[in-house]
Design a protein around this ligand. Structure first.
Ligand SMILES: [Zn+2]
Length: 102
């Protein structure tokens, strides 16, 4: 849940105020509406949820669909435009991924 809400905050505080980024996100979202990976999922109903689901998938932490957790590689394979946008935004050079405590 933390990453999902963080993604919403980033969208409101940063991306909403950046015309270029917002345009990129809108472009990815419009394309994703015709992508069967997203088609039947809840996040596709709103651009903000699409973004949040993308971020959580990117960090492989939250978004479960059909009881399968969507991982970074799935996002990269299925929605490269959103993946690249998120990857560029978070500039994930360390390839860091959280691990749940035992
Ligand atoms: Zn949300």
């Amino acid at each position: 849940m933390g990453y999902h809400e963080l993604a919403h905050a980033v969208l409101r505080i940063v991306i909403d105020k950046d015309k270029h980024l917002l345009g990129e996100l809108r472009g990815a979202y419009d394309l994703a509406k015709g992508n069967e990976f997203w088609e039947t999922s809840d996040p596709i109903d709103y651009m903000s949820e699409y973004w949040a689901a993308g971020v959580t998938a990117y960090f492989s932490v939250y978004w479960h669909r059909d009881e399968i957790q969507i991982q970074r590689g799935d996002l990269q394979n299925q929605d490269e435009k959103l993946f690249d946008l998120i990857d560029g935004f978070f500039n994930d050079e360390l390839n860091w991924k959280p691990e749940c405590p035992e």
